[in-house]
Design a protein around this ligand. Structure first.
Ligand code: 5GP
Length: 117
């Protein structure tokens, strides 16, 4: 069996990180190197290496990630349109992917530039 990803170890409670949110399919915790006042990583419990490698059978998990994002944003008080948040999924080198366990970045708490860098 291949070695666990850092995110699997967090989900399995082998590495301590307070969970911001958890349900049957996903868990969420704060990024160790935040790029905004709010920077949460939403991670599927099932390892999908990157979004472009998800399979048809992963549909419920992919949906759960976005539903969780909405709930977390609401919980953290950034879902109001007067504030707002951004979701980012990095796939591969050019996008800046560093952890090969798919995750959604939820960024908020400051004005975010568009287009992104
Ligand atoms: P990627 O670049 O793959 O889209 O995002 C990986 C993210 O994981 C980065 O923002 C990085 O700061 C975060 N990260 C890496 N290692 C850890 C860790 O051990 N704990 C937490 N909470 N975040 C991590």
């Amino acid at each position: 069996m291949s070695e666990k990803t850092i995110f699997q170890k967090i989900i399995d409670r082998e590495i301590p990180a307070p969970l911001v949110y958890e349900d049957d399919l996903v868990a969420a915790f704060n990024d160790i190197n935040p790029q905004a006042p709010v920077h949460v990583l939403i991670v599927p419990k099932k390892v999908i290496s990157r979004v472009g490698e998800a399979m048809a059978g992963d549909q419920a998990t992919l949906g759960a990630l976005l539903l969780a994002a909405g709930k977390i944003a609401e919980k953290l008080g950034v879902s109001d349109r007067g504030k707002g948040f951004r979701l980012v999924i990095n796939h591969g080198r050019d996008a800046g992917e560093t952890v090969p366990h798919m995750h959604v970045h939820l960024l908020a708490g400051r004005s975010l530039n568009w287009p992104p860098g």
